[in-house]
Design a protein around this ligand. Sequence first.
Ligand code: SF4
Length: 330
Amino acid sequence: MKKLVDKFGRQITYLRLAITDRCNLRCQYCMPAHGIDIVDRKDLLSYKEMYRITRVLSELGVNKVRLTGGEPFVRKDFINFLESLSFNDHLDQINITTNGALISKHISKLEELGINAVNLSLDTLNADKFKQITRRDIFDETMQTLDQLLASELTLKLNVVILPGVNTNEIGDFIALTKNKNIAVRFIEEMPFNGVGLRKTDEVWNLNRIFKEAEKYFTNIIPLDDKKSSTSKNFKIKGYRGTFGIIPAFTRTICGDCNRIRITSTGMFKNCLFDDGVFNIRDFIRNGASDDDLKELFIKTVQQKPINGFVAEANRKNKKVSESMSTIGG
Ligand code: SF4
């Protein structure tokens, strides 16, 4: 089997595929209140195209797929697409990132399909703040979904974007969730992908600052051995069931063994979260590319993967990093 290896010897085994640019929430750190200019439906990859792209990449060694958005469950027939993906024997892991607003009625089906993990985006445990951050009033429903996911077979991770001055005082509360719950709480450094660009704030909450805050509440923090290509630095409070981690997404100290590529909902291939897209796969496919053409293209394009997110950012055509995360897929 040919593999996807970049010029730094990093093998690409993980695809983050965005199902749609649409979302039912309006999170402050992702998009403006009025939302984003969503693309025309015909410009979104079809499920057939997504399935083919994933199959071809899996024949080049990609064995893990994360489905993101926007919000993947807002797209009609998403469950059917998941079912088709579950028949791909090359895939060891199929994971989903969701805001949880629409997933609850599908949980048993996800278990049936063998979906491995669900990452639930939840940035506060306070109803008023939830409404402030997401501009939607569905805190109770989201907390019910959290309990349903905890009771399910699915591996559950909580994604908490750290927003200076908004939820930094809840870091202790989130870690406290791991006492009796088998959950992995991951704190994510805020990024500029919000439709506006880097927020002017005098408070920088990076990995070290977030960890220092955790130390204020917990003395017996045990560092865990991180798996190769892990996106987070992980820890456990002695005697607690769950774990917590910190994703240095903005300080980008995890690039050394990055094994990820991204494909946006409009088919843009990204070698790195911080680049502004390398190639549009959708158009290539719609112009009649064969599977071998696709494989050759993927192998060649991964060769251009930058050594880290800073180089990726420096090489952007559009220098301003501000596109909404809803157009990338996280
Ligand atoms: S910033 Fe880019 S290179 Fe670094 S870990 Fe993220 S995707 Fe990989």
